[in-house]
Design a protein around this ligand. Structure first.
Ligand SMILES: [Zn+2]
Length: 488
């Protein structure tokens, strides 16, 4: 039953697949396996492209937990829904006042009930760059206090403590009218339901969510002077419904008298909201700086000569090297761990509160891109090339994802004119390709190869080759193309 819960997550997509699969009437277990493969495929594709999607953080959704008929947790004289709304509105006000290029969207601005599924939909529809859900904790004991931040994942604590927090928050769906169909029978109180969250998540969303979560905790501790209860992972439905980096903040415990007083105070709410705002600001600055640096690196790299043989034009010196980052973790895993067995030359470095694992040490981007390609084929779909100096990231990152073959996907044989090759990925709209028709790109042996036209005969292709040579692409030559790849 839990598996079908994915329908909520990727609903429209799955229902489409369900239709096709139903029509061919497969056995039930095949059906489930196929659905899972399709979901992972889709998530991975998303993970691959999401990193390049937006170069700026321009829309932030702030989600005040609970509301209306759902009061959330209660303290001795406080309700969670009132505190989350007050803090959410303050966060929004700080962002609007200090980051004028960021659009703030609230899931609610008054005491109103909003289903969990709707909150994610608001963020997805508005193509938000970040989603921040604000909550307060409660415990049977009066002792616990402090702030913590969650990202979507499976509970990694021994006591299932994190899952219990998620269960409390997910219980909000029991007040919803169509919960059974909206969440496909997900039972927020049954531990079995939570197995679904141990499945592989979208790497991009996961990593970026962790970065933001670390920043929020660091602000809570250093700026607001709160007890830092750390960053954790658990199965929160509200986080499962979004496509973008998403965190759930537990501001503090309403069950602790001292903390309840702080959470109810104007000063406490301002400090907490200011901490979240500062974390967003810092995340935005880092994110945009990294993207800017990546762009500068690719535009400053010397253009390769037009030649069909492989030319190394990206040699780096001074202790700078390229590695392929393939996974990250909040906990340190030894590089000899058996889960890395199949990956050559694993190293680890620490960055933005995360342990980041890389493969290889390369002098050139093209060598690294080849490794990246291999790791992607092994399932590390968001593997990417990072530039390192020693154990530190060097002037940002070099995004270098492998493009899909674009252009016509004919099964028939066709001819194309290959006119440009580069270890760097160039946009097809690049000004250097001005005047070239029907551009497509394919990736081979660590190089991006650009072709023009889709011709049915070799003579038509040769005529266009001549034209391109006159345009300055003096090494243009004709290739044969069939079923998505070059043939000899
Ligand atoms: Zn809550």
């Amino acid at each position: 039953m839990g598996l079908i819960y994915f329908c909520f997550w990727q609903r429209s997509l799955l229902c489409k697949y369900k239709f096709y699969i139903d029509t061919i009437n497969l056995k039930r277990q095949h059906y489930i396996v196929i659905i899972l493969i399709l979901v992972f495929f889709h998530l991975n594709l998303f993970g691959q492209t999401a990193g390049n999607k937006g170069k700026k953080i321009s829309t932030v959704v702030i989600d005040a937990g609970h509301g209306g008929k759902d009061p959330g947790a209660s303290g001795s004289h406080s309700r969670e829904k009132d505190i989350t709304l007050a803090v959410a509105l303050k966060v929004g006000r700080y962002i609007k006042a200090n980051l004028p290029d960021v659009k703030v969207i609230y899931t609610r601005t008054r005491d109103r009930f909003v289903p969990l599924i709707k909150r994610g939909e608001i963020a997805n529809k508005n193509k938000a760059d970040l989603f921040i859900s604000i909550h307060c904790n409660a415990n049977n004991s009066h002792k616990p206090y402090g702030a913590e931040t969650y990202v979507l994942g499976s509970d990694d604590s021994r006591s299932n403590r994190n899952m219990k927090v998620a269960m409390l928050e997910n219980a909000a769906i029991l007040l919803e009218d169509n919960a059974k169909s909206n969440y496909d029978g997900f039972d927020p109180n049954s531990p079995e339901s939570y197995i679904i969250f141990s499945l592989k998540q979208n790497d991009y969303k996961q990593e970026e969510s962790l970065v933001l979560a670390q920043k929020i905790q660091s602000q809570f501790k250093n700026r607001a002077g709160r007890k830092d209860r750390g960053v954790h992972q658990a199965g929160f439905l509200v986080l499962a419904g979004t496509y973008m980096p998403s965190v759930l903040v537990e501001l503090g415990y309403l069950s602790n008298y001292t903390e309840e007083k702080y959470l109810l105070s104007e000063k406490g709410q301002s400090y907490l909201a200011s901490a979240i705002y500062r974390a967003v600001k810092s995340y935005k600055q880092n994110y945009e700086l990294e993207n800017k640096t990546a762009n500068n690196i690719s535009s400053k790299t010397k253009q390769p000569k037009l030649n069909t043989t492989v030319k190394e034009n990206t040699k780096v010196s001074g202790g700078v090297e390229y590695r392929v980052q393939f996974t990250t973790s909040t906990k340190k895993i030894p590089v000899t761990d058996k889960r890395f067995r199949a990956i050559p030359d694993v190293s680890v470095y620490y960055h933005n509160g995360l342990y980041k694992y890389t493969s290889g040490h390369f002098n050139t981007i093209s060598e690294a891109a080849e490794r990246q390609h291999k790791l992607k084929n092994r399932g590390y779909r968001s593997a990417w090339v990072v530039k390192m100096k020693g154990d530190k990231r060097y002037t940002g990152s070099v995004k270098n994802s492998v493009p899909k073959v674009t252009g016509q996907k004919a099964t028939a044989l066709e001819y194309r004119v290959q006119f440009y090759t580069s270890p760097q990925k160039r946009p097809l709209t690049s000004t250097r390709f001005k005047g070239v028709e029907a551009i497509a790109v394919y990736y081979q042996n660590g190089l991006y190869k650009y072709t023009a036209g889709h011709f049915s005969t070799i003579s038509k292709a040769t005529a266009y080759q001549k034209e391109l040579r006159q345009k300055g692409f003096s090494d243009a030559f004709v290739i044969k193309w069939k079923e998505g790849k070059r043939v000899e």
